[in-house]
Write a protein that binds this ligand. Structure first.
Ligand SMILES: Nc1ncnc2c1ncn2[C@@H]1O[C@H](COP(=O)(O)OP(=O)(O)OP(=O)(O)O)[C@@H](O)[C@H]1O
Length: 301
């Protein structure tokens, strides 16, 4: 079974319901608070594992109650956690999300231990990374770590799947030779300095030496640009309940599809199905589908 290693963030999302978003200096009483597992790294690891992927995670938590809860969440979803460490000096990464009655939100992230996932930690788990087939990365950990992992993967012929969220510019040298990048429209515009149409910008990334560029377009599906084709894939027409983690479901699923030997276009259709189910369900990790669910829609398409 092909091996997928996710190197990325693990967060606790603290969702605070308020009647309205407080203005500067104002105190508002919350109506309640809920805790959800999050962080793009953990979301994508769980997305891939629920779909049957053989998933390992390299990540960093605080040595605290949130950290233990999130660790167990990964274990319960069959993600291998040998390379997830507890930091004794920094807390578990936490996102404080205020949601008003109108549905507006503000988000403050304390990166905590995610900011300490450094090159030294990667070196301690090289034995886990070195025989991976795919390495999934996002950008919620230090950029120096991301650059080191990309460089390491290129040397070992490991296919890098980069979800550049939140968008951060990387050098052309780092981008050259990456197997796949999956920005959404906003991230694409940042990476390409808003320099043209979506297709133009995707092609410009491909020209930098990234083998496959997949731009996710929300309800408009996705676009693939590579050597062979420029192709649009429509989204599934499910009723939209909550789009949180749609991108994470897509990244996890496309990797699982490829790891099972699907050709790229079929893997994108598989991912479109997984992401479509995700938007039809409430929550982030809670909305990520299992394999049975995706297969039942995938076989009907
Ligand atoms: N409204 C929708 N209806 C159907 N499918 C959707 C919808 N929104 C998103 N999707 C599916 O999810 C994929 C990823 O969505 P999107 O481009 O919004 O990613 P994202 O911005 O990274 O999401 P997030 O940050 O919320 O995880 C799309 O390519 C599409 O297949």
């Amino acid at each position: 079974m092909k091996k997928i290693v996710v190197v990325g963030s693990i967060n606790m999302d603290v969702v605070i319901r308020v009647p309205h978003i407080p203005t500067i200096g104002e105190t508002v009483l919350a109506k309640g608070q809920q805790l959800y597992g999050g962080g793009k790294g953990a979301n994508q690891a769980i997305a891939a594992s629920r779909l049957g992927g053989n998933v390992y995670m390299i990540g960093r938590l605080g040595d605290d109650a949130y950290g233990k809860k999130l660790y167990n969440e990964l274990v319960n979803n069959n993600v291998k956690v040998k390379a997830v460490e507890y930091d004794t000096n920094f807390p578990t990464g936490t996102a404080y999300i205020c949601v008003s009655d109108k549905g507006d939100n503000t988000i403050v992230v304390n990166q905590g231990a995610n900011g300490r996932l450094d090159i030294e930690q990667i070196k301690r788990y090289e034995c886990i990374l070195q025989d991976a087939d795919y390495c999934i990365l996002q950008m919620e950990i230090p950029i120096s770590t991301i650059e080191y992992v990309i460089d390491f993967c290129k040397k070992k012929n490991i296919k890098v799947i980069l979800n550049p969220a939140p968008a951060h510019l990387l050098s052309d040298e780092t981008l050259e030779g990456i197997y796949m990048i999956l920005p959404n429209e906003t991230e694409l515009a940042i990476l390409c300095n808003n320099s043209g149409t979506i297709e133009d910008m995707a092609k410009s990334l491909h020209k930098k030496g990234i083998e496959n560029v997949i731009v996710t377009l929300g309800g408009n599906g996705s676009m693939l640009v590579n050597e062979k084709t420029t192709k649009h894939f429509p989204a599934m027409s499910f009723p939209v309940v909550d789009t949180t983690a749609a991108g994470d479901a897509f990244v996890g699923a496309v990797t699982v599809g490829l790891s099972e030997g699907m050709d790229l276009e079929k893997a994108i259709e598989f991912a479109t199905c997984a992401a479509g189910i995700t938007v039809s369900r409430e929550g982030a990790q809670a909305s990520l589908p299992d394999r049975k669910m995706v297969d039942s829609y995938f076989s009907m398409r």
